[in-house]
Write a protein that binds this ligand. Structure first.
Ligand SMILES: Nc1ccn([C@@H]2O[C@H](COP(=O)(O)O)[C@@H](O)[C@H]2O)c(=O)n1
Ligand SMILES: C[C@@]1(CO)OP(=O)(O)OP(=O)(O)OC[C@H]1O
Length: 159
């Protein structure tokens, strides 16, 4: 078996009532919340799917079914640490990860440092192995209309 694996993930949640969102494990004050079974952390959900993809182990909904009451309002960091443990059990560790968040608001840039710190801790890597970026869609589409937030992630696993 070769010494590297790559995976990618994508997640979307609709905005709903609330006064904050959780992104990359960090609580960010906002005039909307997200509609989700868990805490609705799109960055971590995309990262989990990237990890599970690299491992060819299905997707987040198969490991943490939205029909399971255990995951109601769950802290998504639990999911991320579980996916990293699944990788470790198979001899893999995270090489680096790159996440793009897609929304008009909130601004992600001011929180990037805290998010990278949080994700790096959960993945057992240095902060310089974790990238978080953000983009608007120039007011186009569902993110552009402020209806929801999306994230995509790419992860490299190494032996
Ligand atoms: N939710 C967001 C969206 C964007 N940013 C930062 O603003 C820059 C410009 O965004 P464009 O969509 O106009 O390219 C972007 O490069 C990010 O640095 C952000 O922090 N949060
Ligand atoms: C995270 C889980 C947990 O039940 O539910 P949601 O918070 O709704 O998030 P989603 O991105 O739809 O992934 C599915 C589930 O695994």
């Amino acid at each position: 078996m070769t010494g590297i694996r790559i995976g990618q993930g994508f997640d979307v949640h609709a905005f709903g009532d609330g006064d904050h969102i959780v992104l990359g494990g960090v609580r960010i004050a906002h005039d909307r919340g997200v509609v989700a079974h868990s805490d609705g952390d799109v960055a971590i959900h995309a990262l989990c799917d990237a990890l599970l993809g690299a491992l060819a182990l299905g997707d987040i909904g198969q490991h943490f079914p939205p029909t399971d009451a255990r995951w109601k309002d769950a802290d998504s960091r639990t999911f991320l640490r579980h996916c990293v443990a699944l990788a470790a059990q198979r001899g893999w560790r995270v090489g680096n990860a790159d996440v793009t968040v897609i929304c008009e608001r909130p601004k992600v840039g001011p929180h990037a440092g805290a998010i990278r710190e949080c994700l790096a801790a959960d993945m057992g890597v240095e902060m310089d192995a974790v990238s978080i970026k953000a983009t608007t869609t120039e007011r186009l589409g569902f993110t552009g209309r402020g209806e929801g937030i999306a994230a995509q992630a790419v992860v490299l696993l190494v032996r």
